[in-house]
Ligand binder design. Sequence first.
Ligand code: PRX
Length: 656
Amino acid sequence: MPQIDTEVLSSYPPPAAFADAANATSDLYDEAEKDRLAFWGAQAERLSWETPFTDVLDWSDAPFAKWFVGGRLNVAYNCVDRHVEAGHGDRVAIHWVGEPVDDERTITYAQLKDEVCKAANALTELGLVAGDRVAIYMPMVPEAIVAMLACARLGAMHSVVFAGYSASALRARIEDAEAKLVITTDGQFRRGKAVSLKEAVDDAVRESGSERESTVEHVLVVRRTGIDVEWTEGRDLWWHDIVDPASTDHTPEAFDAEHPLFLLYTSGTTGKPKGILHTSGGYLTQSSYTHFNVFDVKPESDVYWCTADIGWITGHTYIVYGPLSNGVTQVVYEGTPASPDEHRHFQVIEKYGVTIYYTAPTLVRTFMKWGRQLPAEHDLSSLRLLGSVGEPINPEAWRWYRMAFGSDETPIVDTWWQTETGSAMISPLPGVTTCKPGSAMRPLPGISAKIVDDDGNQLEPGTDHGEQANGYLVLDKPWPSMLRGIWGDPDRFKETYWSRFAEQGWYFAGDGARYGKDGEIWVLGRIDDVMNISGHRISTAEVESALVGHSGVAEAAVVGATDDQTGQAICAFVILKAHHADTPQEQMVDELRKQVATEISPIARPREIHVVPELPKTRSGKIMRRLLRDVAEGRELGDTSTLVDPSVFEAIRASK
Ligand code: PRX
């Protein structure tokens, strides 16, 4: 029998017609290869600079990078005004789709400019100046995007906090950033119901809960649902009272390329979230460049839709700064995919003629579960490109996505990146790359990444990936949209990202990866104590600290176990204090689940909580999470020889 090369069978070259019209050709790789810094200098010319930069990169104070040295620009001007000035004011910037059916708004670039200017004037009236921090805690309403751009216009930093986070998570982020202003809504629609949001802000800024006096001077509230809210006179203000009547005239000030643009908190390996700092010129350059080339956007004709929330980096880069800097028309949807029923996304694609759709593997798997007939009932022929982000996409989901959404024709871009990288780093170019389902393929032109072993030796690409050892994914050269630090904690920045390969000066991403047969990269997932639940980053330490915050818990250990639907699921093992020995276990588990939802967010609620008599520990007292993962995933136990008491597992298994 002839040998079948499965690698060839499962490779997907770009369709010829797509390749012919694609924004990016393979020349980009050659140009970047020839002179990386000159290449980035050329990409920065995508933007409008008030003062040109004199140097592309200053890496003398590594790992603190300075890109586009001496350049000055206004990020909001680049995202809005310049499109209006170029005669595209009537182009739709946002087709906004609210969760309630038929609650829709269309906002042109000219209208967006007016809204951003009004908000910038109103915020200035409130005393906001460049460098101040503003917490934004809002659902996916247009005002959230307007608020972000108004901050950018004034040189104030936004810190968007996902509206699914609890009051205490919001409080921690407000306090760490010392935010002066919080922008929120009265409430939000969730599966047809209006639920409060401002209440969480009230809790978060209440003096009594904190040792420190709140830095928050004002809470600016958009009326979204009309539900009743408590009001603190003097502090609370309605958006419609101060933004709506403000002037639409506002002259943008240019800021240094390294002026801070935003903070975005993300989970690390400790319980304390890190405020990832991004700055202006480099971040916007790479966001704009990657959005243009990876998503192949044609601003005159495409309707782009990224289904992320602005509370995450994907929403920042590929809803706000990437698409708007490119003058693209996009759909922004407020609700969940099943509201009012599972047809919603397909109806939106059909109604607006969406051409580019960017989502997360967990949602693709949800659609798979709902079944093939659902997309088959809709005309999805407008789609010409699909994207994936947030976690490795399993080949089965990749193939289904292409078949059900893309008539088995459209290219898929599987984009690997992180909150810290600011924008996409490893991804196919849709008109160039022959893709293998499940692999993010190669670093984008201008980006350098390697897979290395413990000692920093590069693994050998080209062997069969089945036999290839796994290694660490590192970024061995600085890139424009790299994080510039962790807010208020330069040592943690160095320690977290730059200490593993300090000698070489490489950034360690926290992911394991391996090379495939043709040198492509297969990202395997986190190898630190960070979990990835439906593409959301949650640290084991964060959940453990929420659990031990309950008066009945003596100790807790948390692991991420593989889950068909969500990628990973949270499994917790807890030891109860003696005085809770008689509380029924079910009641306790219920309380603990609630505790995690209140302390962090419902997205961090454990799938399983096991009450156990002991936790597996090494002689030095370290919890052996690897073994707990074996238990959670029902595997044979790995090496238990370093355990103090290997018999603890009988008791742990008995509790499952
Ligand atoms: O483990 C990788 C995974 O998500 C992590 C970054 O999470 P976050 O900062 O929340 O940003 C998510 C959106 C950019 C990475 O360390 N990850 C992200 N995209 C992929 C991925 N893993 C595999 N393939 C991807 N395409």
